[in-house]
Design a protein around this ligand. Structure first.
Ligand code: AMP
Length: 499
């Protein structure tokens, strides 16, 4: 991670305001390198993949240089897919939240021309689009590039792979010579290198690389998941893993708090750790983890730097790291003091290419993490319910409670099993999810093939292997011997008054 702050990189006040709002703590490595170069007006050649923070690396400095009073297109971003165009346009809108009037317009194929045309006529300073549709508007004279100050080619290798390179070159040729240019690509095939040589001479080059380091004693797993199912996946991991203590890594300060709250609501003993906490609060949080007052910390990279707590058995990368250096720091929070550790990485289809990078950087393969089947999960939940219930048979109040229930049973002429069932239903209505009555549904898993509109050169991405060492990934937590009643897992029954 970079040591410089966003303010020290020289971004404009309006953009810095947006950085504060979005809650980024510190620039990612690609941002630390690219932002100053783009602010100085250089062309930029960035070898970086999704997840490095590359969108902000070009959006923030280019927005810092924009003339917000002029409504003509000033920044043009080319993306290979409609999905990426929307994503990049959303990112621009986020980073432009500090401007009074800044319009970002996504333009892509497969959508109606009319609304795009209207929006173009209204005026937008930032246009993000796919090459074919942009060229269409350009040829019909609806898109004017005379005032374009900066052009970005995002995921250039993907545009090449999808056959857009000629369209890209036509658009490049239509932009003013004075226009600043940036090209981002995960790989540098010859055709892209040629485009770079022709249109980005003397470009500043930024590359995210890091030396290989072995991560000893840490078994690494990867779980492919959809972005909107990450919380469900995490909840199940926490349910089945034999966790002593865990650190969950996310990207933003806001996310540390949001995720902590969600996990706390599911019965976990969890605290956020982020740069908004003062030194004393941070120390207290780490101390709580050490002493077992908390079992999970949801942290950003910055906040968890150097954290050394030997009972951390698991590191869960809820969000992918910005680079392999950050990944190595993160997973190094487990496997401390000679113990073994487990690191689990959640990846969405777009982030799959991280796998190879991380495997290379750590010099060890990642095994595919498999969540338990619904039936196995249901069995586990029933066992845990049973164990927790049995734990209460030793409760000091059990004799009195039995007397009360006996009395009720006798007066109403119903048997104790019926009363126990009614009591369980009462418990469920007070704390939904307590009773494991329904088998959970299976979580949808992305296929191992390249996602639609994505996929690396040569097509095959993903590289997911089946089955980890030890056969049963997950190593179900099962019943903790002597499991305390009111334990911490999702749905753990806590007696009234002890919640
Ligand atoms: P990208 O590589 O541009 O697709 O960005 C990946 C993710 O990183 C996005 O969700 C961004 O919101 C997030 N991100 C970008 N820069 C930072 C930063 N400096 N700190 C935290 N998160 C960031």
């Amino acid at each position: 991670m970079s040591e410089k702050t966003f303010a020290e990189l020289g971004l404009s006040p309006a953009v810095l305001e947006a950085v504060r709002t979005v809650g980024y703590e510190i620039p990612t490595p690609i941002q630390a390198q690219a932002i100053p170069a783009l602010l100085e007006g250089h062309h930029l050649l960035g070898v970086a993949q999704t997840g490095t923070g590359k969108t902000a690396a070009f959006a923030m400095p280019l927005l810092s240089r924009i003339d917000a009073d002029d409504l003509s297109p000033q920044i043009l971003v080319l993306t290979p897919t409609r999905e990426l165009a929307i994503q990049v346009a959303e990112a621009f809108t986020t980073y432009a939240s500090g401007f009074k009037q800044l319009h970002v317009l996504p333009i892509y194929g497969g959508a109606d021309f009319a609304p795009q045309l209207k929006a173009l006529q209204r005026g937008a300073q930032v246009i993000v689009g796919t090459p074919g549709r942009l060229l269409d508007h350009l040829r019909r004279g609806r898109l004017k590039l005379d005032n374009i100050k900066a052009l970005v080619l995002d995921e250039a290798d993907e545009m090449l792979r999808m056959g857009f390179i000629d369209d890209v070159e036509s658009i490049l040729a239509a932009t003013p010579d004075s226009c600043q240019r940036a090209l981002f690509s995960a790989t540098m095939p010859p055709a892209i290198a040629r485009v770079a040589n022709t249109y980005l001479s003397d470009a500043t080059q930024v590359k995210i690389e890091s030396e290989t380091r072995t991560v000893e004693r840490i078994s690494q797993y990867v779980l492919p998941t959809f972005g909107d199912r990450k919380l469900d996946a995490l909840t199940r991991i926490l349910e089945v893993e034999p966790i002593d203590a865990a650190i969950i890594f996310v990207r933003t300060k806001a996310e540390t708090t949001m995720l902590s709250e969600k996990l706390a609501a599911r019965g976990h003993s969890v605290a956020p750790l982020n740069g908004d906490l003062n030194q004393r609060q941070r120390e207290q949080t780490v101390e709580d983890l050490k002493r077992g007052k908390k079992d999970i910390i949801v942290a950003t990279d910055v906040a968890a730097r150097g954290l050394d707590v030997s009972r951390v058995s698991h590191v869960i990368n809820y969000d992918v790291p910005y680079d392999s250096e950050a990944y190595i720091h993160r997973v190094g929070r487990t496997g401390r003091a000679g113990r073994s550790g487990k690191a689990i990485l959640l990846v969405t289809p777009r982030e799959r290419s991280w796998l190879k990078t991380l495997e290379r950087a750590t010099n060890s393969p990642m095994e595919s993490y498999e969540l338990p089947t619904p039936a196995a999960l249901q069995k586990l939940r029933q066992e845990q319910f049973e164990s927790q219930l049995l734990g209460f048979t030793e409760d000091g109040k059990v004799a009195k409670a039995m007397g009360l229930l006996d009395d009720i049973a006798e007066r109403n002429d119903i048997d104790m099993a019926m009363l126990a069932g009614a009591l369980a239903c009462w418990m469920e209505s007070a704390q939904p999810g307590t009773l494991p009555l329904e088998t959970p549904s299976a979580l949808p898993v992305p296929s191992a093939n390249a996602p639609k509109g994505k996929g690396g050169p040569g097509g095959k991405r993903g590289n997911f292997r089946k089955g980890g060492p030890g056969g049963k990934p997950g190593g179900y937590r099962g019943n903790k011997p002597g499991g305390k009643p009111g334990g911490k897992r999702d749905g753990g029954f806590k007696p009234a008054g002890k919640r």
